[in-house]
Every structure is written in structure tokens, then in C-alpha cells.
Design a protein around this ligand. Structure first.
Ligand SMILES: [Zn+2]
Ligand SMILES: [Zn+2]
Length: 106
């Protein structure tokens, strides 16, 4: 089951619900990207789990050629650096919002 949590930037107020890195649900596998076009953090499906065989199938390896930002459709995306967790709007570190709700996406 995949879990998304709320992150918030104290500098500019940007907030986002994200799994913050690779996550596996019952069917889908997602990873977290930043879009260079609309400057959003987006969780994008990168593969699927085959429920019969418990196999993870990834769509392809060359991420940039087929993955799209779910917000604006741009393919100009990079993996979000989950070590730094920088805000895509202002480049300040963003923090987990412990008071906010979280949700299971799958
Ligand atoms: Zn910010
Ligand atoms: Zn975008």
C-alpha cells in the first residue's frame, strides 16, 4: 500500500502530497519527480506490479522519454532529490507536515 504525506515549504508556503520517493501500491509503482516546467512535485507511475506473479514490471529505463508531469504534461522532469527535499518553487528545504492528513493512494 502506498502512503503519501503532506510536505510544506516554510519559505513560500508551497505544500504537496507526495510519497517522497519510490513507492509500491497494490498495482502501481511510483517515484517522485520535480517538473522543470510548472515547478511542482509529482508522483508519477513508473511501473506496475503483476498480482499473479508478484513481479514488478517497469515501463522502461530511460525515464525522460516516456514519463510526463501529471500536472502540466511536460516531459522536462527530474527525479526529486529526497536527500535534500528542496522546494521546487524556491529551493528551500521543505518539511513534512506532521499535523496534516496523509492518504493511502492504492
Ligand atoms: Zn518554497
Ligand atoms: Zn509540470
Amino acid at each position: 500500500m502506498g502512503l503519501q504525506r503532506k510536505y510544506r515549504c516554510k519559505n513560500c508556503g508551497y505544500s504537496v502530497l507526495t510519497a517522497a520517493g519510490r513507492a509500491r501500491g497494490f498495482e502501481a509503482i511510483t517515484d517522485t519527480f520535480t517538473c522543470n516546467c510548472c515547478h511542482e512535485i509529482v508522483d508519477i507511475v513508473i511501473g506496475y506490479v503483476d498480482p499473479d506473479q508478484e513481479i514488478e514490471r517497469f515501463l522502461k529505463n530511460e525515464a525522460s522519454s516516456y514519463l510526463k508531469c501529471g500536472s502540466c504534461g511536460s516531459q522536462d522532469i527530474d527525479l526529486w532529490n529526497i536527500e535534500n527535499k528542496l522546494c521546487p518553487k524556491c529551493n528551500s528545504p521543505i518539511e513534512i507536515d506532521s499535523k496534516a492528513e496523509f492518504k493511502y493512494w492504492d
